[in-house]
Design a protein around this ligand. Structure first.
Ligand code: ATP
Length: 218
C-alpha cells in the first residue's frame, strides 16, 4: 500500500533546510516522493514576502531536477485562507479511506497545533510526523503534548498499518536555515548563496524579490 506524505509551509522562499528535510523524509518514511504544499501567507505575516505565484515559481525551480519532490498547489488555488483540515479532507476524498496519509510539521508548528482550525479533526484524517526543531519544549499540560502522548509511535513502519491517527516524533538532522534569515540577508544586500538553490537565487534577483538588487553580484 502506498503512503501519501505532505509537507506544508510558506516557502517564502524555499531553502535547502526544507529541501533536505523532504529528501530525509523520503528515506526515513520509505516513500518514493513527498509533496510540498505551499500555503497562503496569513495576513499577520505582513507584506515583506513574495506573492503566492512568486513563491510557487521559486518552488518549481527548486525541485526541477529532483524526481522525489512534488508540489501540490491546491492551497494557493483555493480562494482565501488555507486550512490544513480542508486540505486533508480533500486529499482523503481523493486517496480513498484506506491509504495512509501523512502530514509533516516542525515542533514549532506542532506546539500551537490546538489553535489550528478544526485541529481535533486532523488526527482523524492523517498521521502526523513531528520533526524536532530547536525552540521551546512542548507545554506538558497542553493539547499537543496530550495528543503526542496518546498517539505516539516511534517506528515509521507503523504509519503504513492504518490510514490516520498516529503521531511520529522524528529526530531528523536539520540544517540551521530559516526563510526569515534569508529574507533579512537579501534585504541587507548579503548573499544567500548555498542556503538556497542557485536557480532560486537567480530568480529572486531577476524579479527583485525580498529587496534583492537585480544587477547585484551572484
Ligand atoms: P520563516 O522563517 O519565514 O518562518 P521557515 O524557514 O521556518 O520560514 P516555513 O515555510 O515557515 O519555513 O516552514 C515550513 C515547514 O518547514 C515548517 O514545518 C517548519 O518547521 C519547517 N522548516 C523550516 N525551516 C526548516 C529547516 N531548516 N529544516 C527543516 N524544516 C524546516
Amino acid at each position: 500500500m502506498s503512503m501519501h506524505v505532505i509537507y506544508g509551509g510558506t516557502f517564502d522562499p524555499v531553502h535547502h533546510g526544507h529541501l533536505r528535510l523532504a529528501i530525509e523524509l523520503c528515506d526515513r518514511l520509505g516513500v518514493a516522493n513527498v509533496s510540498l504544499v505551499p500555503c497562503h501567507i496569513p495576513p499577520h505575516r505582513g507584506d515583506t514576502g513574495a506573492s503566492a505565484g512568486q513563491r510557487l515559481t521559486l518552488l518549481e525551480l527548486a525541485i526541477r531536477d529532483e524526481a522525489s519532490l512534488r508540489i501540490d498547489d491546491r492551497e494557493l488555488r483555493r480562494a482565501g485562507a488555507s486550512y490544513t483540515a480542508d486540505t486533508l479532507r480533500q486529499l482523503r476524498a481523493e486517496l480513498g479511506p484506506d491509504e495512509p496519509l501523512v502530514m509533516v510539521v516542525g515542533t514549532d508548528a506542532f506546539a500551537s497545533f490546538d489553535r489550528w482550525r478544526e485541529w481535533d479533526m486532523i488526527p482523524e484524517l492523517a498521521h502526523i510526523v513531528v520533526v524536532q526543531r530547536p525552540g521551546p519544549a512542548l507545554d506538558p499540560d497542553g493539547q499537543p503534548a496530550k495528543l503526542l502522548a496518546e498517539r505516539k509511535v516511534s517506528d515509521p513502519a507503523r504509519l503504513r498499518e492504518s490510514p490516520a491517527g498516529l503521531v511520529l516524533a522524528l529526530d531528523a538532522p536539520l540544517l540551521d536555515i530559516s526563510a526569515t534569515g534569508i529574507r533579512d540577508r537579501i534585504a541587507q544586500g548579503r548573499s544567500p548563496r548555498y542556503l538556497i538553490p542557485d536557480g532560486v537565487w537567480a530568480e529572486i534577483r531577476r524579479q527583485g524579490l525580498y529587496g534583492a538588487c537585480p544587477d547585484g553580484n551572484f
